[in-house]
Design a protein around this ligand. Sequence first.
Ligand code: AMP
Length: 309
Amino acid sequence: MSVIVVGSMAFDAIETPFGKSDKIVGGAATYIAWSASNFTKPIQQISVVGGDFPQEELDTLKARGVQLDGVQIKKDKKSFFWKGRYHMDMNTRDTLETQLNVLGEFEPVVPDNFQDADILMLGNLSPTVQLGVIEQLKKRPKLVVLDTMNFWMETAMEDLEKVIAKVDVLLVNDSEARQLSGQYSLVGAAKEILKMGPKYLIIKKGEHGALLFHKDHVFFAPALPLEEVFDPTGAGDTFAGGFVGYLDSTKDFSFEGMKTAIIVGSAIASFCVEKFGTTRLRELTRQEIDERLQEFIDLVSFDISLVSR
Ligand code: AMP
Protein backbone atom coordinates (compact mmCIF):
# COMPACT_ATOMS: atom_id res chain seq x y z
CA MET A 1 0.00 0.00 0.00
CA SER A 2 1.67 3.19 -1.12
CA VAL A 3 1.26 6.29 -3.22
CA ILE A 4 3.92 7.63 -5.56
CA VAL A 5 3.90 11.42 -5.64
CA VAL A 6 5.65 13.26 -8.46
CA GLY A 7 5.88 17.03 -8.43
CA SER A 8 7.80 20.16 -7.60
CA MET A 9 9.50 20.74 -4.25
CA ALA A 10 10.22 24.40 -4.19
CA PHE A 11 10.64 27.81 -2.68
CA ASP A 12 7.66 30.16 -2.99
CA ALA A 13 7.27 33.89 -2.37
CA ILE A 14 3.65 34.82 -1.85
CA GLU A 15 1.79 38.11 -1.71
CA THR A 16 -1.82 38.26 -0.54
CA PRO A 17 -3.95 41.30 0.32
CA PHE A 18 -3.25 40.39 3.96
CA GLY A 19 0.48 39.76 3.99
CA LYS A 20 3.62 38.76 2.23
CA SER A 21 6.07 35.91 2.69
CA ASP A 22 9.75 35.74 1.84
CA LYS A 23 11.06 32.54 0.31
CA ILE A 24 9.25 29.74 2.08
CA VAL A 25 9.15 26.01 1.40
CA GLY A 26 6.43 25.05 -1.08
CA GLY A 27 5.99 23.03 -4.23
CA ALA A 28 3.16 20.82 -5.39
CA ALA A 29 4.73 17.54 -4.19
CA THR A 30 5.54 19.04 -0.78
CA TYR A 31 1.89 19.97 -0.14
CA ILE A 32 0.66 16.62 -1.52
CA ALA A 33 3.03 14.68 0.76
CA TRP A 34 2.07 16.66 3.88
CA SER A 35 -1.60 16.11 3.10
CA ALA A 36 -1.61 12.47 1.90
CA SER A 37 0.53 11.26 4.81
CA ASN A 38 -2.40 11.95 7.15
CA PHE A 39 -4.20 8.96 5.62
CA THR A 40 -1.66 6.45 4.27
CA LYS A 41 2.01 5.54 4.39
CA PRO A 42 4.48 5.34 2.83
CA ILE A 43 4.33 8.24 0.41
CA GLN A 44 6.99 7.65 -2.24
CA GLN A 45 8.26 11.00 -3.40
CA ILE A 46 9.82 11.74 -6.82
CA SER A 47 11.21 15.24 -7.24
CA VAL A 48 14.37 17.32 -7.46
CA VAL A 49 15.78 20.05 -5.23
CA GLY A 50 18.90 22.19 -5.17
CA GLY A 51 21.54 22.35 -2.46
CA ASP A 52 19.64 25.33 -1.02
CA PHE A 53 16.61 23.20 -0.01
CA PRO A 54 16.49 22.82 3.79
CA GLN A 55 17.66 19.41 5.02
CA GLU A 56 15.34 19.91 7.98
CA GLU A 57 12.30 19.86 5.65
CA LEU A 58 13.47 16.59 4.12
CA ASP A 59 14.07 15.09 7.59
CA THR A 60 10.61 16.13 8.81
CA LEU A 61 8.92 14.63 5.76
CA LYS A 62 10.90 11.41 6.19
CA ALA A 63 9.84 11.18 9.83
CA ARG A 64 6.20 11.41 8.64
CA GLY A 65 6.55 8.36 6.41
CA VAL A 66 7.57 10.05 3.16
CA GLN A 67 10.23 8.00 1.36
CA LEU A 68 12.69 10.29 -0.37
CA ASP A 69 14.67 7.75 -2.44
CA GLY A 70 13.27 9.36 -5.60
CA VAL A 71 14.20 12.95 -4.60
CA GLN A 72 17.38 14.04 -6.34
CA ILE A 73 19.51 16.67 -4.59
CA LYS A 74 21.62 18.78 -6.96
CA LYS A 75 24.07 20.25 -4.46
CA ASP A 76 25.49 23.05 -6.62
CA LYS A 77 22.14 24.12 -8.15
CA LYS A 78 19.11 26.14 -7.01
CA SER A 79 15.64 24.77 -6.22
CA PHE A 80 12.58 25.68 -8.29
CA PHE A 81 11.24 29.12 -7.33
CA TRP A 82 7.71 30.45 -7.82
CA LYS A 83 6.36 33.89 -6.93
CA GLY A 84 2.67 34.70 -6.98
CA ARG A 85 0.28 37.48 -5.99
CA TYR A 86 -3.36 36.93 -5.06
CA HIS A 87 -6.16 39.30 -5.98
CA MET A 88 -8.62 40.62 -3.40
CA ASP A 89 -11.03 37.69 -3.96
CA MET A 90 -8.18 35.24 -3.07
CA ASN A 91 -9.55 32.92 -5.79
CA THR A 92 -7.43 34.32 -8.60
CA ARG A 93 -3.71 34.99 -8.70
CA ASP A 94 -0.95 36.16 -11.00
CA THR A 95 2.31 34.31 -11.39
CA LEU A 96 4.98 37.01 -11.01
CA GLU A 97 8.00 34.77 -11.51
CA THR A 98 8.82 31.15 -12.33
CA GLN A 99 12.47 30.07 -12.09
CA LEU A 100 12.63 26.43 -13.15
CA ASN A 101 16.27 26.02 -11.96
CA VAL A 102 16.76 22.27 -11.17
CA LEU A 103 13.33 21.45 -12.58
CA GLY A 104 14.40 22.63 -16.04
CA GLU A 105 16.69 19.63 -16.54
CA PHE A 106 15.00 17.10 -14.25
CA GLU A 107 15.18 13.48 -15.38
CA PRO A 108 13.17 11.45 -12.87
CA VAL A 109 14.34 7.99 -11.84
CA VAL A 110 11.79 5.65 -10.27
CA PRO A 111 13.53 3.64 -7.50
CA ASP A 112 12.97 -0.15 -7.55
CA ASN A 113 11.21 -0.10 -4.18
CA PHE A 114 8.55 2.28 -5.65
CA GLN A 115 7.45 -0.21 -8.35
CA ASP A 116 4.51 -1.71 -6.42
CA ALA A 117 2.52 1.44 -5.63
CA ASP A 118 -1.27 1.25 -6.02
CA ILE A 119 -1.65 4.95 -6.84
CA LEU A 120 0.47 7.27 -8.95
CA MET A 121 -0.18 10.95 -8.18
CA LEU A 122 1.31 13.11 -10.92
CA GLY A 123 1.47 16.53 -9.28
CA ASN A 124 2.08 19.76 -11.11
CA LEU A 125 5.26 19.42 -13.14
CA SER A 126 6.38 19.33 -16.76
CA PRO A 127 4.32 16.79 -18.76
CA THR A 128 7.57 15.37 -20.17
CA VAL A 129 8.68 14.44 -16.66
CA GLN A 130 5.21 13.07 -15.83
CA LEU A 131 5.35 10.89 -18.97
CA GLY A 132 8.86 9.76 -18.05
CA VAL A 133 7.60 8.43 -14.71
CA ILE A 134 4.63 6.59 -16.27
CA GLU A 135 6.96 4.94 -18.77
CA GLN A 136 9.39 3.74 -16.06
CA LEU A 137 6.71 1.87 -14.12
CA LYS A 138 6.86 -1.85 -14.91
CA LYS A 139 3.25 -2.40 -13.84
CA ARG A 140 0.51 0.20 -14.25
CA PRO A 141 -0.69 1.40 -10.81
CA LYS A 142 -4.39 0.76 -10.10
CA LEU A 143 -5.08 4.48 -10.23
CA VAL A 144 -3.21 7.26 -12.02
CA VAL A 145 -4.18 10.81 -11.06
CA LEU A 146 -2.91 13.93 -12.85
CA ASP A 147 -2.80 17.53 -11.72
CA THR A 148 -1.61 20.24 -14.06
CA MET A 149 -1.91 23.98 -14.64
CA ASN A 150 -2.29 26.66 -17.31
CA PHE A 151 1.52 27.14 -17.47
CA TRP A 152 1.89 23.68 -19.10
CA MET A 153 -1.14 24.21 -21.36
CA GLU A 154 0.61 27.28 -22.72
CA THR A 155 4.12 25.83 -23.01
CA ALA A 156 3.80 22.04 -23.53
CA MET A 157 0.29 21.25 -24.76
CA GLU A 158 1.32 18.39 -27.06
CA ASP A 159 3.01 16.42 -24.27
CA LEU A 160 0.25 17.34 -21.84
CA GLU A 161 -2.34 15.77 -24.16
CA LYS A 162 -0.25 12.57 -24.20
CA VAL A 163 -0.24 12.40 -20.39
CA ILE A 164 -3.96 13.22 -20.13
CA ALA A 165 -4.68 10.27 -22.45
CA LYS A 166 -2.93 7.89 -20.02
CA VAL A 167 -4.54 8.81 -16.69
CA ASP A 168 -7.68 7.73 -14.82
CA VAL A 169 -8.39 11.01 -13.03
CA LEU A 170 -7.60 14.56 -14.13
CA LEU A 171 -7.66 17.47 -11.67
CA VAL A 172 -7.88 21.04 -12.96
CA ASN A 173 -9.39 24.29 -11.79
CA ASP A 174 -12.36 25.91 -13.53
CA SER A 175 -10.38 28.33 -15.70
CA GLU A 176 -7.98 25.55 -16.73
CA ALA A 177 -10.95 23.31 -17.65
CA ARG A 178 -12.25 26.09 -19.89
CA GLN A 179 -8.80 26.67 -21.41
CA LEU A 180 -8.27 22.95 -22.06
CA SER A 181 -11.67 22.36 -23.65
CA GLY A 182 -12.47 25.71 -25.26
CA GLN A 183 -15.92 25.48 -23.61
CA TYR A 184 -17.34 28.04 -21.21
CA SER A 185 -19.89 25.76 -19.52
CA LEU A 186 -18.17 23.45 -17.05
CA VAL A 187 -20.53 20.61 -17.96
CA GLY A 188 -19.62 21.13 -21.63
CA ALA A 189 -15.93 21.36 -20.70
CA ALA A 190 -16.16 18.10 -18.74
CA LYS A 191 -17.71 16.31 -21.72
CA GLU A 192 -14.86 17.42 -23.98
CA ILE A 193 -12.13 16.62 -21.45
CA LEU A 194 -13.49 13.13 -20.69
CA LYS A 195 -13.16 12.43 -24.43
CA MET A 196 -9.40 13.09 -24.09
CA GLY A 197 -8.87 9.91 -22.01
CA PRO A 198 -9.53 10.24 -18.27
CA LYS A 199 -12.46 8.31 -16.78
CA TYR A 200 -12.93 10.87 -14.02
CA LEU A 201 -12.53 14.63 -14.02
CA ILE A 202 -12.37 16.86 -10.96
CA ILE A 203 -12.87 20.57 -11.51
CA LYS A 204 -11.73 22.64 -8.50
CA LYS A 205 -13.54 25.92 -7.99
CA GLY A 206 -11.56 27.35 -5.06
CA GLU A 207 -13.85 28.72 -2.37
CA HIS A 208 -16.82 27.41 -4.42
CA GLY A 209 -15.95 23.74 -3.96
CA ALA A 210 -15.21 21.00 -6.48
CA LEU A 211 -17.11 18.98 -9.09
CA LEU A 212 -16.49 15.31 -9.86
CA PHE A 213 -17.51 14.10 -13.34
CA HIS A 214 -17.71 10.46 -14.52
CA LYS A 215 -19.66 9.39 -17.62
CA ASP A 216 -23.06 11.10 -17.14
CA HIS A 217 -22.67 11.41 -13.37
CA VAL A 218 -21.72 14.53 -11.50
CA PHE A 219 -21.12 15.12 -7.79
CA PHE A 220 -20.46 18.38 -5.96
CA ALA A 221 -18.30 18.84 -2.84
CA PRO A 222 -18.57 22.26 -1.22
CA ALA A 223 -15.67 24.18 0.23
CA LEU A 224 -16.12 24.99 3.90
CA PRO A 225 -17.17 28.65 4.28
CA LEU A 226 -14.23 30.13 6.22
CA GLU A 227 -14.14 33.50 7.93
CA GLU A 228 -10.48 34.02 7.14
CA VAL A 229 -8.47 32.82 4.17
CA PHE A 230 -4.86 33.75 4.68
CA ASP A 231 -2.99 32.07 1.81
CA PRO A 232 -4.59 29.77 -0.79
CA THR A 233 -1.22 28.56 -2.14
CA GLY A 234 -1.06 24.79 -2.21
CA ALA A 235 -4.78 24.33 -1.55
CA GLY A 236 -5.17 22.46 -4.85
CA ASP A 237 -2.21 20.20 -4.06
CA THR A 238 -3.43 19.64 -0.51
CA PHE A 239 -6.82 18.68 -1.97
CA ALA A 240 -5.08 16.22 -4.32
CA GLY A 241 -3.04 14.79 -1.43
CA GLY A 242 -6.13 14.23 0.70
CA PHE A 243 -7.94 12.70 -2.29
CA VAL A 244 -5.23 10.12 -3.13
CA GLY A 245 -4.21 9.49 0.49
CA TYR A 246 -7.78 8.71 1.48
CA LEU A 247 -8.37 6.53 -1.62
CA ASP A 248 -5.22 4.55 -0.84
CA SER A 249 -6.51 3.91 2.67
CA THR A 250 -9.91 2.62 1.44
CA LYS A 251 -8.88 1.07 -1.92
CA ASP A 252 -12.36 1.97 -3.18
CA PHE A 253 -11.63 3.60 -6.55
CA SER A 254 -15.29 3.64 -7.64
CA PHE A 255 -17.33 6.81 -8.29
CA GLU A 256 -18.90 6.38 -4.80
CA GLY A 257 -15.44 6.04 -3.23
CA MET A 258 -14.25 9.15 -5.05
CA LYS A 259 -17.24 11.15 -3.81
CA THR A 260 -16.06 10.66 -0.23
CA ALA A 261 -12.44 11.27 -1.25
CA ILE A 262 -13.22 14.72 -2.70
CA ILE A 263 -14.97 15.67 0.54
CA VAL A 264 -11.82 14.59 2.42
CA GLY A 265 -9.72 16.59 -0.08
CA SER A 266 -11.89 19.67 0.48
CA ALA A 267 -11.72 19.28 4.26
CA ILE A 268 -7.95 19.12 4.38
CA ALA A 269 -7.55 21.92 1.83
CA SER A 270 -9.64 24.12 4.14
CA PHE A 271 -6.83 23.90 6.73
CA CYS A 272 -4.08 24.72 4.24
CA VAL A 273 -5.45 28.21 3.51
CA GLU A 274 -5.57 29.24 7.18
CA LYS A 275 -1.85 30.05 7.41
CA PHE A 276 1.05 30.85 5.06
CA GLY A 277 2.65 27.98 3.15
CA THR A 278 2.63 24.55 4.76
CA THR A 279 2.46 25.94 8.34
CA ARG A 280 -1.07 24.76 9.11
CA LEU A 281 -0.53 21.30 7.60
CA ARG A 282 2.50 20.73 9.84
CA GLU A 283 0.55 21.18 13.07
CA LEU A 284 -2.63 19.38 11.99
CA THR A 285 -3.99 16.50 14.08
CA ARG A 286 -6.22 13.60 13.03
CA GLN A 287 -8.82 14.79 15.54
CA GLU A 288 -8.98 18.23 13.87
CA ILE A 289 -9.46 16.54 10.49
CA ASP A 290 -12.33 14.43 11.85
CA GLU A 291 -13.98 17.47 13.44
CA ARG A 292 -13.79 19.31 10.14
CA LEU A 293 -15.22 16.35 8.27
CA GLN A 294 -18.15 16.49 10.69
CA GLU A 295 -18.59 20.19 9.77
CA PHE A 296 -18.83 19.11 6.12
CA ILE A 297 -21.46 16.53 6.96
CA ASP A 298 -23.46 19.17 8.88
CA LEU A 299 -23.01 21.67 6.03
CA VAL A 300 -24.62 19.55 3.35
CA SER A 301 -27.07 17.16 5.02
CA PHE A 302 -30.76 18.07 4.97
CA ASP A 303 -34.17 16.39 5.04
CA ILE A 304 -36.98 17.13 2.63
CA SER A 305 -40.31 15.46 1.92
CA LEU A 306 -41.00 15.33 -1.80
CA VAL A 307 -44.69 15.84 -2.58
CA SER A 308 -44.75 13.48 -5.57
CA ARG A 309 -43.17 10.51 -3.74
P1 AMP B 1 -1.55 25.36 -6.01
O1 AMP B 1 -1.79 26.60 -5.20
O2 AMP B 1 -2.17 24.14 -5.41
O3 AMP B 1 -1.89 25.52 -7.45
O4 AMP B 1 0.01 25.04 -5.96
C1 AMP B 1 0.99 26.00 -5.67
C2 AMP B 1 2.35 25.33 -5.72
O5 AMP B 1 2.66 24.96 -7.06
C3 AMP B 1 3.44 26.26 -5.25
O6 AMP B 1 3.98 25.77 -4.04
C4 AMP B 1 4.47 26.29 -6.38
O7 AMP B 1 5.78 26.05 -5.92
C5 AMP B 1 4.04 25.19 -7.31
N1 AMP B 1 4.15 25.61 -8.73
C6 AMP B 1 3.80 26.81 -9.28
N2 AMP B 1 4.06 26.81 -10.61
C7 AMP B 1 4.57 25.59 -10.90
C8 AMP B 1 5.05 24.97 -12.11
N3 AMP B 1 5.04 25.62 -13.29
N4 AMP B 1 5.51 23.70 -12.02
C9 AMP B 1 5.51 23.04 -10.87
N5 AMP B 1 5.09 23.55 -9.69
C10 AMP B 1 4.64 24.82 -9.70
